[in-house]
Ligand binder design. Structure first.
Ligand code: GLN
Length: 191
């Protein structure tokens, strides 16, 4: 049974733990480097990326995270987690750090204030049927490098991407009972 950690210094950790547990994996919260070491894969939840980055730095987790991601640990970022995985961000706060690894430029709060939260039905590569996607002050992917596959788009912008062992969605697949997108991530873990 794979051991999947959920970064738990900030964000909607419980929803991811519940979804992963329902899919039959060993899911646990990661707050310190010793917990990160036990992960076969990691989820970076939605929340607030600036706070996540600061807390990861404060709790000595940022460099270990960078090393594990660079070392090939399957990692799935949702919303703020997508921002954390991006090599480049637009509209971050000054000096905002990320873990990086995903060769993409991600725009924070991209859908704008008027519609900062909305839901949309999407089709997504690798997932059968329609995906009901929940966006909350969501980023979109503005530019991708050659190794990044776009799995889904909304309003003409990529909102789900995969690059080797990394996967990211702008939306929150953990907020409803739909385990299909986490299962797609588990396929990366179990390769
Ligand atoms: N806007 C948030 C950020 O910049 C992300 C929102 C979310 O994760 N729901 O981190």
């Amino acid at each position: 049974m794979p051991a999947i950690g959920v970064f738990a210094l900030q964000g909607d950790v419980r929803e991811h733990l519940e979804t992963l547990s329902r899919l039959g994996v060993h899911a646990f919260a990661v707050r310190r480097p010793s917990e990160l070491e036990r992960c076969d894969g990691l989820v970076l939840p939605g929340g607030e990326s600036t706070t996540m980055a600061k807390l990861a730095r404060t709790f000595d987790l940022l460099e270990p995270l960078r090393e594990r991601v660079k070392g090939g640990m399957p990692t799935f970022g949702t919303c703020a987690g997508m921002i954390m995985l991006a090599d480049r961000i637009v509209d971050g706060v000054a000096g905002q750090e990320t873990i990086g690894g995903l060769d993409a430029t991600v725009r924070r709060n991209a859908f704008g204030r008027q519609v900062d939260s909305f839901e949309a039905d999407l089709s997504m590569e690798g997932v059968d049927g329609i995906v009901h996607a929940v966006f909350i002050r969501a980023p979109w992917v503005e530019q991708v490098g050659p190794d990044v596959e776009v799995l889904a788009e909304a309003s003409g912008h990529p909102v789900a991407v995969r690059q080797g062992h990394l996967m990211a969605t702008s939306f929150h697949p953990e907020v409803d009972d739909d385990g299909r997108i986490h299962r797609l991530f588990l396929d990366l873990v179990q390769g």
